[in-house]
Design a binder for this molecule. Sequence first.
Ligand SMILES: Nc1nc2c(ncn2[C@@H]2O[C@H](COP(=O)(O)OP(=O)(O)OP(=O)(O)O)[C@@H](O)[C@H]2O)c(=O)[nH]1
Length: 366
Amino acid sequence: MEEEGLERDIAGEQDQSPTLFGERLPFLYIGAPLGVLASLVMFYIESRQASWLRASSALMFPVFAPLLLYWMHRDRSTYEHGLRGMALLIVLSLISGALLNFSSPILLIWIPVIPLSYVLLLGHARAVRWNVATLLGLIVAYILFPVMNDGARPVSVLIFGVSLLAASVSMLLSWHHYRELSVYQRRLYEQASYDGLTGAMMREPGMEILARFMSQADRQPAQAVSVALLDLDDFKRINDEEGHLAGDRVLQGVTAEVRAHIRGGDYLIRLGGEEFLIIFPGMQAEEAYALSETLRQRIPAVTDGLSRRPVTTSIGLAQYRPGEALGQLLGRADHLMYAAKTTGKNKVCTDMASSGQPTGATESAG
Ligand SMILES: Nc1nc2c(ncn2[C@@H]2O[C@H](COP(=O)(O)OP(=O)(O)OP(=O)(O)O)[C@@H](O)[C@H]2O)c(=O)[nH]1
């Protein structure tokens, strides 16, 4: 069903959840050198005190951050991975610093900063997994501390526990806030994207999805995209003779039937009134024609009973031609649907040469 397809789209968008930095690489170009500078200063201070272990942990960021920046600059598609790498670097530096400095309670105040840096760099959704892993890592580090430091005791369990608790609370609060926000966003998105009467997708998001499939077909010509423009015949008569509610019932019955026949990745869009568009991504001409023909035959059967007389439909079926504009593709489908209307209605008209029908042919009801 098209909703499932959209679920995937939504999930995909959430997966690339916007971070505070978004795509603003310049921010990183300024932030990363500052981080490098701060780490070098820390390295200098620690090395002056001959604390070489702590000094080397401070060096982690200056060594790896420029490499990551260079990688992100060269290939922007790896930007997200680069951000993850940066977050990992910051946290590794913090953890190794904390590991070597557990005896200094002052440093533990930075632990609650970890959830925040994850959220900023990775967005809420990914931050949760990373935070859980980091908190577990800190607990292991705390347990291993005496082993690595000749039996020296780390800071008291109480201080460490309070620090972890603060980090966990800040993580949970941010997650809770994110969940509330995403439920609200999803509700708004659905209201703005789906028609309340039929549940079909609305025109604007539908056109965006069609444009996306068209550009995909431009990149991969084997990925054919077909569209079926479907217009109910003499629908006005139902409204006029039986009232608007009967008309509404028919619209709902038709969309339910279409949904029952289209595939998981197909999209049903209500263009307006009794006019619908179905997008068949990756479907060859013969299959698209056969499916349109099935719908044409099924619609009178399902509307029989919803209104006094069965409702028929005229369908214009067109396949995207690489390089074509969206308006051109819809114009062709509209032209074909109009041809079906003007030659007797209750037909599928297509100009797809390989559909099994002669070009421009129509198939009338039995
Ligand atoms: N019940 C109902 N009617 C609607 C809705 N949206 C549009 N309509 C009606 O759909 C009708 C469309 O009429 P026309 O555009 O003349 O189309 P038609 O009667 O199907 O004629 P052809 O397309 O030529 O077969 C109009 O009467 C609109 O008021 C709706 O949401 N519910």
